[in-house]
Write a protein that binds this ligand. Structure first.
Ligand code: CUA
Length: 343
């Protein structure tokens, strides 16, 4: 009677092991696919990020070798017959395994890693350096650039920089501690309310990159993305001109219903003048041109802004913008039209 169960047990095991191998390979593929995304330290687009990637690989292969040696020693201890073992005193294990070996490994790593960080420092350079101020708020990023005269121009959540020259980012936190991190362009740096930290980005190619707040800062920490575009110098200058342009409707005598609604409902916190930071809320001068709404919460596009204004507390619960339940669709749409017209 045991024959049938024996007969069936082999394929069941074989199927199981095949399933687990499949799952393992799928996980490996999933992990590998993350290497090539716009938010990966393994996909560097600047000299600073490239040196971090290099350090990462050195640590990866170094730990792999050390782990293999450790497993080898453990297997040796378990499987070597007792009479063939070479006795080692506990003191030797402690001194060699606990002091000398880690001391050598960590010293070598230290000496290798310190020069890697140099390209992230704001060292003197012959190139013209662009200074950008980035302030972390719960849960969005305020960005300010100097215009041609050096006065600040404000925008939010989408950072435009030139490729091919250094960009120094002056990072602060407005309320709690955030952390500025664009993995493809450089290291991580804390955004502190108490002081300003500076990090240098050296994008050496144009492209789009994704950054993310990297310090838990409250309920919507995960929806605090920063999208970065590195432009050619001429495209960057065009972008800056676009950002520094004042609201297009300011000179008009007739105020649209949308402008009136914006002034009574939104203007207490939001500014549409790129020269004014606004009061604790993103500057909306160019919001209609942005690719994302709610600091990366949803993509901007046909109907997206109305959806966001109606349901933002659903998409990003606890965000500091009050709900607009008291406003009908027509009023909200008029505000959107106003925001589209001023860019
Ligand atoms: Cu801001 Cu996490």
């Amino acid at each position: 009677m045991s024959a049938p169960s024996q007969h069936y047990s082999v394929p069941v095991y074989a199927t199981r092991s095949r399933v687990w191998t499949g799952v393992f390979l799928a996980i490996c593929l999933g992990i590998l696919s993350a290497c090539d995304t716009p938010q990966s330290i393994l996909n560097p687009a600047s000299s600073g990020a490239a040196s971090i990637t290099q350090l990462w690989w050195v640590m990866f292969w170094g730990t792999a070798v050390i782990m293999l040696i450790t497993i080898g020693v453990a297997l040796y201890a378990v499987f070597r017959p007792a009479h063939h073992r070479i006795p080692v005193s506990p003191l030797t294990v402690l001194v060699v395994g606990g002091l000398i070996w880690p001391g050598l490994v960590l010293s070598a790593l230290f000496m290798y890693s310190v020069p890697r960080g140099h390209s992230l420092l704001t060292l003197p350079t012959a190139q013209e350096v662009l200074e950008v101020h980035v302030t972390g708020h719960q849960w969005w990023w305020e960005i300010s650039y100097p215009d041609v005269e050096g006065s600040p121009v404000y925008t939010a959540n989408e950072l435009h920089i030139p490729a091919g020259r250094p960009v120094d980012i002056y990072v602060r936190g407005a309320d709690v501690i955030h952390s500025f991190w664009i993995p493809s362009l450089g290291g991580k740096i804390d955004a502190l309310p108490s002081s300003t930290n500076v990090i240098r980005l050296n994008p050496d190619e144009t492209g789009e990159f994704r950054g993310q707040c990297a310090e838990f800062c409250g309920a919507q920490h995960a929806r605090m993305a920063l999208h970065v575009t590195a432009h050619t110098e001429s495209d960057f200058n065009r972008q800056l001109q676009r950002l520094t342009r004042g609201p297009a409707v300011e000179d008009q005598d007739i105020r649209t219903p949308g402008q009136e609604a914006f002034e009574s409902e939104c203007a207490r916190c939001h500014s549409v003048d790129p020269r004014e930071p606004g009061s604790g809320a993103p500057n909306l001068a160019t919001v209609a041109d942005r690719q994302w709404l709610g600091a990366g919460t949803m993509e901007n596009g046909e109907g997206a802004m109305l959806d966001w204004l109606k349901h933002h507390q659903l998409y990003k619960p606890g965000n500091h913008m009050p709900s607009h339940d008291q406003l009908d669709d027509e009023t909200l749409q008029s505000i959107i039209t106003f925001l589209e017209d001023i860019r």
